[in-house]
Design a protein around this ligand. Sequence first.
Ligand SMILES: NC(=O)CCC(=O)C(=O)O
Length: 260
Amino acid sequence: MRATLVQIDVDPAETPAERRGRVAALVRAQAGADLVVLPELWPVGAFASGEFAAEAEPVEGGPTAEAMSAAARDAGVWLHAGSVVERDPAGALYNTSLLFAPDGELAAVYRKIHRFGFDSGEAVLMSGGDRVVTARLPFGVAGLATCYDLRFPEQFRLLVEGGAELLVLCAGWPARRLAHWQVLVRARAIESQAYVLACGTAGTHAGVEQAGHSVVVDPWGEVLCEAGAGEQVLSCELDVGLVGRTRAQFPVLRDRVLRG
Ligand SMILES: NC(=O)CCC(=O)C(=O)O
């Protein structure tokens, strides 16, 4: 299957509405891909916490969900539309990822479990999700995660136990911790014996330079393709059968002793 990661430049000179239009056109241009992946909070910027409340939107009928559903349908692709600031009916905010099927139907919703910021930003403004999410796609089972989740291997172990073969991570990872990103995406792939598709943002917003370097890692931990720092469309071919073959030939997951 062909995976395409769209590493978006979150430029504060562009409004969220302008960016939605531009990103929808980018997604439409990816017809022929099986799965297209966008980054974390690209409409507003993962570090632009001062804008979160004003840009919050519902999942059902929200402007990003509507635009991405239409773009997925027009392109005929599975679309992991990255995440949005979700406002639920009770008024709580979540960092919520949306997965659309090629007919534009919402196929999965994942609320980021681990909120970043310690005592500020997302960590205080948003509520955390309380469940891991997998979704069965025609070409494999996807496990969803978002940015800071990458530092919590126990979440990825639960995704593997849920059948995940493709670990799809949207992110807004800062340039100053690029080295952590590059190690952790490979670690999650190696320990899970799964593909990791990790899509980050480019540019600088809220004073935080973004790392870019979106990447696809195979179940052996080999980097299949990796972006640079700027806005980029990154595509590569994945052999999802390699997940099962890797797990059968080198059965580390079978040898686990300690289970929660
Ligand atoms: N948006 C995020 O979750 C940022 C995570 C991060 O900067 C880190 O883990 O380091």
